[in-house]
Design a protein around this ligand. Structure first.
Ligand code: CMP
Length: 154
């Protein structure tokens, strides 16, 4: 099933000059970039994005961190994109993230774990609607897709 999902390369990724390398991993996997922007979010927007975490002990720190500098919002598309991206990112706690994952290779702290990704297709739809206007999500074909995607009906 072709899905779309939201990834944020958080402010630590931008400050550590890891944006290109992180995006390259998703591209090399075969996922298609369908939306991309550098943004500095304010408190009100951050609280909307992290609404499910409101009331948790780490909520204040989370909002402070995500608003501490620019981040890169990315929309990715591909078969099972939500699950593939979650697997590539690794466990939320970097100590539990497998080597070969973004967090398992590049992060040591839960609060500074470089990336956020939607955790279900339903969340992805809501998060993409929050972060991107419809016209910012681009439909286009790629020549390589015949080598990446199964043929229709296969
Ligand atoms: P993210 O996928 O962006 O969603 C919620 C974020 O909360 C999570 O990644 C972590 O970066 C952050 N966080 C900070 N502290 C904790 C914690 N104690 N437990 C879970 N998540 C935490």
């Amino acid at each position: 099933m072709i899905e779309r999902t939201l990834v944020l390369v958080k402010p630590d990724g931008v400050q550590r000059l890891l944006v290109g390398r992180i995006l390259a991993r998703y591209e090399e996997r075969g996922l298609k970039l369908v939306g991309l922007k550098l943004v500095q979010v304010d408190r009100e927007f951050a609280e909307r994005h992290y609404a499910v975490h409101r009331g948790k002990p780490f909520f204040e720190g989370l909002v402070a961190f995500i608003t501490s500098g620019p981040l890169v919002a990315v929309a990715l598309e591909g078969p099972d994109a939500v699950a593939i991206v979650r697997t590539m990112n690794g466990a939320t706690r970097p100590a539990q993230a497998d080597p070969g994952t973004i967090r398992g290779d590049l992060a040591v702290e839960t609060a500074q774990n470089l990336v956020h990704a939607s955790d279900s297709p339903e969340t992805a739809e809501a998060e993409l609607a929050l972060w991107f206007r419809p016209e910012e999500l681009v439909r286009y074909g790629r020549e390589i897709d015949r080598w990446v995607l199964a043929p229709e009906g296969a």
